[in-house]
Design a protein around this ligand. Structure first.
Ligand code: HXC
Length: 258
């Protein structure tokens, strides 16, 4: 598949998607988001892939939705086009783990894209923010909802109401980011995390992702019930037999992803 604003490659069972509008700080326009959606769907459907990494460049993961593209749109334009919903929500439908490897700016829609990923790994130079208030608007791709769930109300209000950016250290402390690494190690670290995940049983991995995501949608009792049903279902997997037999036999499991 030939893409213009992203590039894709595979490394073993890991797919790497690189956002590629460096001159615009990877500003996310509809075409880029459509290409990202197509790439993610293709990798999600590919049995040879177990995890996906999304990254940008050293200066920017993505500096937000493309302001130049949006500036003249009216209500009817965005409403009719179902802006954001149409081109941005693909990522929520991806069932394999998606890791954001963030260096430089992750602002506005860029931060929201990272928040839609399952794990965020940051370089030491990463900066996270929701500066839409500077533009006379508010976050529109889930920032006011996912950010408080990630970092709490106080920091989410602070970031969205003042446009203050968080550096990588603060983002890790606040729970937005799972690990911070030196810039030159970012991609290796993200690919290694993805490769580790991709070596496990794919259906078990998908069940973990589905169950953790359910925690954000359900009351605790329903979430635990949902987890229990998936846990019971896991006993239908050949990989459950293999994983537990391998432990008892003191050998490495050979998962078949079924
Ligand atoms: C369009 C952008 C852009 C964006 C940067 N550029 N961010 N173009 N949309 N979001 C462009 C600049 O216009 C410039 O183009 C080039 O990228 C380099 O940016 P500079 O500003 O010259 O670089 P620098 O001084 O290093 O500042 C970097 C920056 C700043 C701090 C990231 O560019 C900035 O504040 N960008 C806007 C961030 C933002 O407001 N994001 C939220 C967008 S709204 P030229 O042609 O001059 O070289 C949003 C809404 C979300 O995301 C709603 C749902 C998605």
């Amino acid at each position: 598949m030939a893409y213009e604003l992203i590039s894709t490659e595979t490394r073993g069972r890991v797919a790497l998607v690189t956002l590629n509008r460096p001159k615009q700080m990877n500003a996310l326009n509809p075409q880029l988001m459509q290409e990202l959606g197509q790439a993610l769907y293709a990798f999600d459907a590919d049995d040879a892939i177990g995890a996906i990494v999304i990254t940008g460049n050293d200066k920017a993961f993505a500096a937000g939705a493309d302001i130049g593209a949006m500036k003249d749109w009216n209500f009817i334009d965005v409403y009719r086009a179902d802006y954001i919903t149409r081109d941005w929500e693909h990522i929520r439908r991806i069932r394999k783990p998606v890791i954001a490897a963030v260096a430089g700016y992750a602002l506005g829609g860029g931060n929201e894209l990272a928040l839609m990923c399952d794990i965020v790994i940051a370089a030491e130079n990463a900066k996270f923010g929701q500066p839409e208030i500077n533009l006379g608007v508010l976050p529109g791709a889930g920032g006011t909802q996912r950010l408080p769930r990630a970092v709490g109300k106080a920091k989410a209000m602070d970031m969205c109401l003042t446009a203050r950016m968080m550096d990588a250290a603060e983002a890790e402390k606040a729970g937005l980011v799972s690990r911070v690494v030196p810039l030159e190690k970012l991609l290796d670290e993200a690919l290694a995390v993805a490769a580790k995940i991709a070596a496990y049983s794919l259906p078990a991995v998908m069940m973990v992702k589905e169950s953790i995501n359910a925690a954000y949608e359900m009351p605790l009792s329903e979430g635990v019930h949902f987890e229990r049903r998936l846990f019971h279902a896991a006993f239908a997997l050949a990989d459950q037999k293999e994983g537990m037999a391998a432990f008892v036999d003191k050998r490495k499991p050979e998962f078949k992803n079924k």
